[in-house]
Design a binder for this molecule. Structure first.
Ligand code: SF4
Length: 392
């Protein structure tokens, strides 16, 4: 019988030309070409090491994230793609995405990426207002973004995603609306929309009291404005922060929200495989050393734990409720043997009445208003207490 198990592969490239002031992803400026070469070699070893366990799976999505994957010289990208093909069964129609930063790629580089099989590009734009880009510490201007965008299309990419941020210092509803208007004129296939979060350990965290941030009501207005504006231009919101035209959803990210299996390669990468969640150490040097001497047993895994039924159910509700489609009660029953309405009915009715949740057929999903405050709702509804684990 044909094996239908599928797998996503996430490959973390932790290099950035310069650290943005709000960013807490694991990334740094590489010291030399040798440092990049060593890191790529270590990732190839990790792929080789994990490949046996993945023999029964077909990899149908690959995602190069970062950091800035487009800082990899093209020959290093080629080594990684070669290693993916050698170590995993890669589906013919696999979605292969790379993130790229405007200002780090030219047409020749983009054409080479296409030749290597990358068929989806995700561009970190964030804003089309130069003063906002400057405050964020981005290395590119709005004009450079547009040039890069044109090059991406000219290189033959027919699936382009653009990241936009709102809730930025000094950002107004009008400047945000300008960014939205401008970017949709370029016609990207997919838009990811993120609200700025001030993360501990970032320069923004130190400056938090002096940043002129929009208040909660303005952030709410920005989100609702985006939802309405994008929908009027044919972008379907299929997930809380993600919009797509013509069904060009991010197949890779859907794996996260659908609680499907994926393997993370590289320092700080996370995996969910065989019922276990684990992450790789957040230190490229230790990662390289760990893999070079893997046989001596020095671990590259930071944290790992098996997810039991109760936790898995909480995760499922939390992640599936991010989707426009919400939680399907029949699917839920099949997966957990529990009646979704019996378990959560009292809350559902309350939130339906408040206009935060809606019922569509056999599913429950957030309304736009509910999506904006989903974290509060989910933490009130889901039981994350240690006693609840294992008591479903
Ligand atoms: S380019 Fe992306 S990963 Fe790099 S520092 Fe900026 S936000 Fe972080």
């Amino acid at each position: 019988m044909k094996d239908k198990k599928t797998l996503g592969l996430y490959i973390h490239i932790p290099f950035c030309a310069k650290k943005c002031d709000y960013c807490d992803f694991y990334s740094f400026t590489p010291g030399s070409g040798r440092a990049i070469d060593n890191y790529v070699s270590a990732m190839m070893l990790q792929m080789e090491d994990i490949s046996d366990a993945c023999k029964g799976h077909t990899v149908d999505t690959v995602y190069f994230g970062g950091g800035t994957p487009s800082m990899l010289p093209i020959n290093q990208f080629a080594r990684l793609m070669d290693s993916v093909r050698r170590n995993f069964r890669l589906a013919k129609d696999a979605e292969i995405t790379s993130e790229a930063n405007p200002g780090t790629v030219n047409l020749k580089y983009l054409k080479s990426l296409r030749k290597l099989g990358i068929n989806r590009l995700s561009l970190g734009m964030q804003s089309l207002d130069d003063s906002e880009l400057k405050v964020l510490g981005r290395i590119h201007s709005a004009e450079q973004f547009e040039e890069t965008y044109e090059n991406v299309r000219n290189a033959g990419f027919t699936n382009i995603s653009v990241d936009i941020m709102y809730g930025l210092p000094d950002q107004t509803l009008a400047s945000f609306a300008d960014t939205l208007r401008h970017v949709t004129l370029l016609d990207p296939d997919h838009i990811s929309l993120y609200c700025l979060k001030i993360e501990e350990g970032t320069p923004f965290f130190k400056m938090r009291d002096t940043l002129n941030l929009p208040d909660d009501d303005t952030e709410y207005d920005m989100y609702m404005k985006a939802v309405d504006f994008l929908s009027a231009r044919g972008y379907e919101r299929y997930e809380m922060s993600n919009f797509a035209r013509d069904g060009k959803y991010s197949r890779h990210n859907l794996k996260y929200w659908n609680c499907e299996e994926y393997i993370g390669i590289g320092a700080s990468a996370h995996s969910y495989f065989g019922g276990e969640r684990y992450s790789v150490i957040r230190n490229a040097e230790s990662y390289i050393n760990g893999l070079e001497i893997l046989e001596s047993g020095i671990p590259i895994i930071d944290e790992s734990r098996f997810i039991d039924k109760a936790e898995s159910m909480n995760e499922y509700v939390m992640l599936r409720m991010r989707l426009e489609a919400g939680v399907d009660m029949i699917e839920f029953k099949k997966r957990f043997g529990i009646d979704f309405y019996e378990k959560f009915g009292q809350y559902l009715e309350e939130y339906i009445e408040g206009g935060f949740v809606k019922r569509i057929g056999d599913s429950y999903a957030f309304t736009s208003k509910g999506m904006f405050v989903s974290n509060y709702i989910l933490s009130a509804v889901l039981d994350f207490s240690p006693e609840s684990i294992g008591t479903v």
